[in-house]
Structures are given as C-alpha cells and as structure tokens.
Design a protein around this ligand. Structure first.
Ligand SMILES: Nc1ncnc2c1ncn2[C@@H]1O[C@H](COP(=O)(O)OP(=O)(O)OP(=O)(O)O)[C@@H](O)[C@H]1O
Ligand SMILES: [Mg+2]
Length: 386
C-alpha cells in the first residue's frame, strides 16, 4: 500500500489537492481511499458528496472516509483515559481539567491514522491519501509515536515493576489509585500499534509527505519550519505543491505587482526545497468543487505524472562511515547553526532546534562513541562520532 500525507498552512488547498490526487489515482486504476484526519472535515465539500465515517464509494476505485476521531479515541485510549482521570482527580484536580489532561496533544489525529494499519493488513487499497490538519498538528501527530514510546518506556515499565510489588500497601498509604492489569493491557496494545504506525510512517517505500504551499511569505515560512521538523524526525517529503499561482493572463495593472511578488516567492521555494520536485497549480476562476473541477485541477497539477509515484526517496536522516568514524547526517536546509543544540545523554542524542526537540535513540554503533564535531554543509547537519 502506498500512503501519501498532505499538510500545509490553513487554507492553502490541502483538501483540494488530496481529493484531486485520490481522484487521479483512481482514474489510473489504483484502488484508492482518501481520508481526512482533520476533525474539521471538508472532503465532503470538495467532492460535493456527503462522506461519513464509513468508507463511502465515490467512484470507480475510489473511496472516501471522514474519520470519527472520538470513536477512535474511545476504542484505543478509553480505559487508559479513565485511569489517568482517576489518578488526576485523586490528586485534587477537578473533573474538567482531568478530562482535558487525559488526552495528549497529537493523539487525536494519530488514532485516526491507526486505521492505516487495518487497511494494510486487509490489503483493501493500493493507495491511501491523507488530508491532514494544518502543519502544527501534523508535526505533533507524526512525532507522537516516538514521544509516546519514550514516555511509556521511561514511565510505565518502571511503574509496572513497582506496582506489582507495592500496589496493595501503596494504594492504602498514598491514596493513589494504581492501574489495574486491564489498563496495562490497553497500554501495551496502544504501544504496539504506535510502534507499527511509526514504522509504516517512516518507511519511505510506503509513506511520504507532501507540503502544500501558496506563494506567500508567511505560508512559506511555516512550511519551511514544518520541513525542518519532518526531516529531523526522519520523514521523507517527496514533493511540494505550490497552489493558487496567478496565471499570466491576469496581468492587469492591479495584479501585476502580485504576479511579481509570487514569482519571487516561487523562486525562493525552489531554492528552499532544492532536490524535492515541485508541482504547481494556478488559481482557477472558481472554487474547485466536485469531480469535474477536481479532475481538471489534477490534470493541471500533475500533467502526465502518476501522483502515487514517489518523487523523492532520499531519507533525511542517514548514517555514513568515514574511515574510523561515523557521520550522522540530517537534512536541514535554511537552518542556522546557532539555532541547533546537541546533547548526548546515555544512548540518546538530544537535538533541539528552536522550540522543537527530538530525543533520538542512537544506533548501537554510535552509542559508545563520542561526538567529535558538528558542522552544517550543503543543507545537511553532519555530526561526526569517533
Ligand atoms: N487552485 C485553486 N483555484 C481555485 N480555488 C482553489 C484552488 N485551490 C483551492 N481552492 C479553493 O480554496 C478553498 C480552500 O481550499 P482547501 O479547502 O482545499 O484548503 P485547505 O488547506 O484544506 O484548508 P483548511 O486548512 O481549512 O483545511 C476551497 O474553496 C477550494 O475550492
Ligand atoms: Mg482542509
């Protein structure tokens, strides 16, 4: 199964591009599903067909689904959530606050994505296109499995060992409710799913991410940050879509300045995402709603290309061997060296760029080595271990 995720700033055209990609894929004979993980679903609006939380046939080879996030949370997290609520309330937190804190940021959309594991196993579709929420949520969503795994390793493994020994006595003494075995069973299930979804999302022979941008300064800045964080977490961005470009024929005196501004931004985008293919679409004279409009949009955007192809396979995190030392390379174009901080702690390398952080568990070969130097060169951060 091929998985393509579209993300970008609010309103840039993510839903339109996702719908158009799915439509084109189905026309080329791929059994395709288009999903939205944004709780504010708008796939129905794009297709002008009411799509619900069950896969709905939208045409030959084409299905759509607007995932019911709350159902997915209850299924996967219900028991754990009840326990965390109990725990927080036992510490004097009121019910509403406890409820808020019992779900973690990034979790909602991620639980929607767990559907992919079912599709993969059942081999129902050749292609899944995901219309994600705006960039910030998508980054939280994609970094969630790793962070979740980290917490669970640090917290629950230890917690479980202690719980077995001290539960009855401790519960009386501390009035802290200890999790029951069924809570642990739920956690284990979620944990396993997280590992599987992380593998699926990081495997760039299956999954790639595409950034949708408009030729506007703030949109580009947000996308560049997103690109940095996606690279930092090892996700492959295989294409960039520049949408809503004014066509040349609107070169009236009123819009001529805009044409120039957009041209400048498009050049800037080519430099920023150098090495990643860029697809472009003009701003049409009406909204892109319904299959006719989406089909026209897809033809303009992809021309003869099959949009399910992987347009760039270079992984953004690589390890190479150079003589006696190893070099860990991370693709970070446009990032200032001063904004990067590195720290090793046990078997982890902690990489911080502005307010984002990744605790990268180092491969065994690097764990016993020390960082000799870190340099930035040709868009790559290179960390040498000796
Ligand atoms: N190239 C285009 N030409 C004309 N209209 C477009 C184009 N691209 C998108 N639109 C229209 O712009 C509006 C916003 O697009 P869309 O809903 O796809 O954006 P989005 O990024 O998914 O927004 P949100 O962040 O709210 O989910 C829609 O009405 C859509 O039909
Ligand atoms: Mg949308």
């Amino acid at each position: 199964m091929r998985v393509i995720l579209y993300t970008g700033k609010g309103g840039v055209g993510k839903t339109t591009v996702s719908a158009a990609t799915a439509l084109r894929a189905s026309e080329l004979g791929h059994r395709t599903i288009v999903l939205s993980t944004d709780p504010a679903h708008s796939l129905s609006d794009a297709f002008a067909i009411q799509i619900g939380s069950k896969a709905k046939e939208l045409g030959k080879n084409l299905y759509g689904e607007e995932i019911d996030v709350y159902k997915e949370i209850t299924n996967n997290w219900g028991r754990i959530e009840s326990y965390i609520k109990l725990l927080l309330e036992s510490q004097g937190l009121n019910e509403v606050m406890a409820e808020e804190l019992a779900t973690l940021p990034g979790m909602e959309e991620l639980f929607s994505l767990l559907k992919l594991l079912e599709f993969k196993q059942a081999e129902t579709y050749d292609t899944a296109i995901i219309d994600c929420a705006p960039t910030a949520s998508t980054i939280r969503l994609l970094s969630f499995p790793e962070i979740f795994q980290w917490y669970m390793d640090k917290f629950f493994n230890i917690g479980r060992k202690i719980a077995k020994i001290v539960r009855p006595a401790a519960e009386k003494l501390t009035r802290i409710p200890f999790p029951k075995d069924e809570v642990y069973a739920s956690i284990e299930q979620v944990y396993l799913k997280m590992i599987k979804i992380k593998e699926l999302l990081l495997d760039n022979s299956t999954t790639t991410i595409r950034l949708v941008v408009n030729p506007e300064k703030m949109v580009i800045n947000e996308s560049q940050r997103a690109y940095t964080y996606l690279n930092m977490f090892g996700f492959t961005v295989d294409a960039v879509v520049v949408n809503k470009i004014y066509p040349q024929e609107v070169n009236t005196s009123y819009l001529s300045n805009w044409l120039e501004i957009q041209n400048r931004h498009i050049k800037h985008i080519s430099r920023l995402f150098h090495g990643t293919p860029i697809f472009k679409s003009i701003l049409y004279d009406k909204e892109m709603v319904g299959t006719n409009a989406l089909s026209k949009f897809a033809a303009g955007l992809f021309e003869d290309a099959d949009p399910t192809a992987c347009f760039n396979r270079e992984p953004p995190v690589k390890i190479t061997k150079k003589g006696n030392s190893f070099v860990l390379m991370i693709k970070l174009p446009g990032v200032n060296k001063e904004d990067i901080s590195l720290l090793t702690s046990g078997d982890e390398l902690i990489i911080k760029i502005k307010n984002f952080q990744r605790n990268l568990t180092l491969p065994r070969a690097l764990q016993t080595r020390q960082i000799k130097e870190a340099t930035t060169e040709d868009d790559w951060l290179k960390i040498s271990f000796v």
